[in-house]
Design a protein around this ligand. Sequence first.
Ligand SMILES: C[S@@+](CC[C@H](N)C(=O)[O-])C[C@H]1O[C@@H](n2cnc3c(N)ncnc32)[C@H](O)[C@@H]1O
Length: 302
Amino acid sequence: MDKWTELTITTEYDKWIFLEKELYNHGFYSFELIDPRMDQIDNREGRWDFFDEDIFNDVYDGITVKLYSQEDFNEFEDLLQTIYEEDLGDANLTEIDDEDWKNNWKSFYSTMEIGNKFTIKPTWEEYSNVDNRHVIEIDPGMAFGTGGHETTKMCLEHLEKYLKPGDDVLDIGSGSGILAIASKFLGADVVIGTDLDEKAVEIAKENANLNNVEVEFIVSNLFSNVKNTADIIVSNIVAEVLVLLLEDIDKYLKPGGYFISSGIIEERAKLVEDALIKNNFEIIEKTIDNQWVSIVGRLKDA
Ligand SMILES: C[S@@+](CC[C@H](N)C(=O)[O-])C[C@H]1O[C@@H](n2cnc3c(N)ncnc32)[C@H](O)[C@@H]1O
């Protein structure tokens, strides 16, 4: 039976935003989050229904994060050092088997309705599609993007609003492939997803097959291996990386095309807004959800 190394980190509420930033800086985009305040933060029907209430019993009164590695604990070494040096919480490593790993995820993740058109569900759940939604099946794995994160949700909502059938789409930093797959469900023509992480690209390909959509996923550092142009570019990466991406975007985004961005924490939003304006965009929309920002820009025609 496969073994997993489970890293559990507990931290105080006011340190969470810094810890989350460090998780991303160290390349950990997929993790379980136990936040006892979660049901109070956002109780909108159909949005936060993926927590098993039992997990709130006897949990730490702060934030608990669980990460998994199928390699060994060395993968966590740099992250652990940062946590200790910056006093970001307490960490504990244990070994678990495959069955426990699956069951852990199952108590965290269930069907979510997002926006007016999408439902994201794990393969193991039944869903009665009474509203004729686009049902995307994604199981949690080692890639970010199961729909539960604010940034992914805002990108899905913006895709729903700005994507027209027949549009070509580039998803830069595709993770699980959720945004690229969603674009296909909305009627996009050519969709290409890119990720720096080979493992994420493999998982995204599997997810496209699972959902019977045709998307090309490639390993690429931002646009380094991209040859196509698109009507919509969507990217959910951190602000500093989005600023770099914007320097080259006019070679890949058609004039009048939309750039849907997220992954931006509130205090970095201005960085991205300034970069959009510098690179000939008009800012069309900015949404904020629980300190995370998503910005939509339109590339001016000339
Ligand atoms: C926050 S996740 C977003 C995943 C998914 N698109 C979503 O919205 O849920 C960011 C992804 O960007 C990838 N990434 C980070 N830097 C990148 C870069 N320079 N080029 C391509 N992908 C990158 C990470 O590996 C990760 O899978």
